[in-house]
Design a protein. Structure first.
Length: 106
């Protein structure tokens, strides 16, 4: 049968072993904190570089669009002539549709 002991903690057999366990535990916790901080700094640096690359790419793309004049048609503000009309070409497309009452010839 398992017995429950109210006295938990380090075994009281050897005080030098207890001191070593405390020292090693403190060193492991300290190393974990340092490595965690280093990993956080590296991850933050990578994310910052990626954000900068994406930001510069978007800025470059917008600048290129503004120079070509394509942003006017994208945002709905098209260039108009001096009389205010938009010039362009069009083609009429006629689609032949069946009427529902007519059956196709067999």
């Amino acid at each position: 049968m398992n017995e429950y002991s109210a006295k938990r903690g380090f075994p009281a057999g050897n005080p030098i072993a207890n001191a070593l366990v405390i020292i090693v535990g403190a060193l492991v916790i300290g190393a974990s904190l340092v490595l965690g901080f280093v990993a956080f700094v590296i991850l933050s640096a990578v994310l910052l570089v990626l954000a900068a690359v994406v930001g510069i790419r978007l800025w470059w793309f917008n600048r290129k669009l503004k120079r070509s004049g394509a942003t006017a048609s994208i945002y709905g503000t098209e260039r108009r002539g001096p009389d205010g009309f938009i010039e362009g070409e069009y083609h009429v497309v006629v689609e032949e549709r069946e009427r529902p009452s007519e059956k196709p010839p067999e």
